[in-house]
Write a protein that binds this ligand. Structure first.
Ligand code: G6P
Length: 606
């Protein structure tokens, strides 16, 4: 993944580059670096670790210049070290930053070495600097160099390159990895996304795959892969500046948990028609034509898909297949039964999900992007967009975006069911009414922080924890386990309660924390029996349930209750305490809540 930024034509641009990198740190934080074109040539600072380390270096050694590049890295090729940090400079003449993977880097490196080029890092990216160097050294123009480099590289990339002899020019290019060009007043910018450019300009050009551009302070000349000049539209983006503010909370994650009532309300508004009833971006005819749905997603978004499968199958009687995007992409799926693919992605940039969506589109499925970032690649490529309105999510572990995805998906399920005649308009409106009540109910669950704190404290010493749920709460159990492991590094697994006896029960030993999710639904009795089996073998049962169901597990060691809710909506409500538990456990352990180790928020490599 990684985040890239570039500026041409702005006095003392280093500060702007650093500020833009802060907005991109969600894309990786193994190392970072900035290069500028100063009077004496390229000058560069790089530092290992989070952006704070680079900020400190920049204070000690400020960089001057009107043009430069910045990068925040999530390591792929080559370990986490300063020499592998970007930017990479070849022969003091060419500087580059890159996001993606150059798949044929080894062969290119061999050829370049044979021609006398010397490499300073173990990265695939450094070959780009040397390819540009070779092109310019052969006397090529910027346009020729761009076309020549692009014709040699295979893989995914968003890149920006500068040549020391062209101080006010950047060459940028993309394939699969996102890249936005921002046009300002007397200066131009590039960034991995519009958020990076938010305070600088709202006039943005998105390159198409294999496009490259020559960017100067007052122009962006764009060429397609064949080197032919092309026009790409300038779009006005809505990104706002205030998005990276913690708003008085200790962490973005804490803030984003508290923003969940709003995330639901805003998403619901987007799924409500002018007549006040549930509505989707698909017309009634479109909905009636849906015979089967493939859901494509990764990480937390995949668990949202799994919850939605229960809803859509139960309400609309439409078959749903939930696919891990990275697996689907290389499968030869039999798509006959499916007419629609829904790609679910907070960022709209996860490469696995984007590629899986393209794969489904090529197989003839209609593609719908359920995304939180309206300017994202998935949003632009899907044939239809179903928005979540969670607002910018900065904490690496997804919280409010997940809740917003669930909100959009339950709305979609109810609208689909009504359009297909499996529920009547009255039931659809009843579900709508229940969803309308959710923001205030979820608001009440936010009061659970104090109740959960001692429990979180007790979990900090656990080596492992299990999360159990049945039916629609099974995916929520997996999401709870994911949250705990990614934030506090405690091993955790989510299982379907009924599956315990087929193997995982062997893991139970005296005192093993089992976080049990229970709702007053059809399977409540059976789920409670499964918990009994775990308790009988020494598990410490931490019950997370609705008030009215708490009595069913009278053997629980600890109980966290949420208000009663329609069983359909239990997944939304029971998610909140497991998020708070993971957040507080990480906080108590002292891990980096917003930027857990080895992770990144938006994964734009395979
Ligand atoms: C990364 C993040 C996860 C996220 C997943 C999918 O792995 O660390 O929190 O759920 O990507 O992201 P998306 O933006 O596609 O929903």
């Amino acid at each position: 993944m990684c985040g890239i930024v570039g500026v041409v034509g702005l006095q003392d641009c280093a500060e702007t580059l650093l500020d833009s990198l802060k907005r991109l740190e969600y894309r990786g934080y193994d190392s970072s670096g900035i290069v500028t074109r100063a009077a004496e040539g390229f000058v560069m600072n790089r530092a290992v670790g989070k952006l704070g380390a680079l900020s400190a270096t920049m204070r000690d050694r400020p960089l001057s210049g009107r043009s430069g590049l910045g990068h925040t890295r999530w390591a792929t090729h080559g370990g986490v070290s300063e020499r592998n940090a970007h930017p990479h400079i070849a022969n003091n003449k060419v500087a580059i930053v890159h996001n993606g993977i150059i798949e044929n880097h080894a062969a290119l490196r061999d050829e370049l070495r044979a021609a006398g080029h010397e490499f300073a890092s173990e990265t695939d990216s450094e070959v780009l600097a040397h390819l540009f160097l070779a092109a310019f050294d052969q006397g090529m123009s910027a346009q020729e160099a761009g076309a020549a480099v692009l014709s040699q590289i295979e893989g995914t990339f968003a890149l920006a390159a500068m040549h020391v002899d062209h101080p006010d020019m950047m060459i940028v290019a993309r394939n699969a990895s996102p890249l936005a060009i921002g046009l300002g007043d007397g200066a131009s910018f590039v960034g991995s996304d519009a958020i990076a450019l938010a305070p600088l300009t709202r006039n943005v050009i998105y390159l198409k795959d294999n496009d490259f551009a020559i960017v100067t302070p007052d122009s962006a000349q764009i060429f397609d892969a064949a080197g032919v000049s092309v026009h790409r539209e300038v779009v006005i983006v809505a990104a706002s500046q205030g998005m990276v503010d913690k708003g008085g909370f200790r962490h973005f994650m804490e803030k984003e948990i508290h923003e969940q009532p709003d995330a639901i309300a805003h998403t619901l508004a987007a799924m409500t028609g002018t007549d006040g009833t549930l509505s989707t971006p698909l017309s009634r005819d479109d909905l009636q034509a849906i015979d089967g749905i493939v859901m494509l997603a990764a990480g937390t978004s995949h668990y949202a898909a799994m919850v939605a499968r229960y809803w859509i199958e139960a309400l609309a009687r439409v078959p749903v297949s939930c696919e891990i995007a990275s697996e689907y992409r290389y499968r030869k799926p039999v798509t006959g039964a499916f007419t629609t693919a829904i790609a679910i992605s907070q960022s709209g940039e996860s490469l696995d999900t984007l590629m899986a969506m393209r794969h489904a589109g090529e197989a003839g499925l209609r593609t719908v992007g359920l995304v939180n970032v309206p300017e994202s690649t998935i949003a632009r490529e899907a044939s239809l967009v179903m928005p979540t309105r969670a607002g910018p999510e900065i904490g690496v572990a997804s919280t409010k975006a997940f809740i917003a995805q669930l909100t959009a998906l339950i709305c979609f399920a109810a609208a689909l069911a009504e359009a297909r005649g499996s529920i009547d308009a009255q039931r659809r409106d009843e579900i709508h009414e229940h969803i309308r009540g959710l923001p205030s109910i979820i608001g009440r669950t936010l009061g659970l922080f104090d109740d959960i704190r001692p429990l979180a404290h007790s979990l900090t010493t656990a080596r492992s924890a299990l999360y159990l749920g049945r039916d629609v709460l099974f995916p929520v159990a997996m999401e709870g386990a994911l949250k705990l492991k990614e934030l506090s590094y405690i091993h955790a697994e989510g299982f379907a309660s009924g599956e315990m006896k087929h193997g995982p029960i062997a893991l139970i030993e005296e005192g093993l924390p089992v976080i049990a999710l229970l709702a007053a639904d059809e399977v409540m009795g059976k789920a409670a029996s499964n918990l009994q089996e775990a308790s009988a073998r020494g598990a410490r049962i931490i019950l997370v349930t609705e008030e009215r169901a708490a009595h069913v597990v009278d053997f629980a060691d600890q109980v966290i209750t949420v208000p009663n809710v329609d069983p359909l909506l239990a997944p939304l409500l029971l998610t909140v305490p497991v998020q708070i538990l993971a957040y507080l456990t990480a906080f108590e352990k002292g891990t980096d809540v917003d930027q857990p180790r080895n992770l990144a928020k938006s994964v734009t490599v395979e």
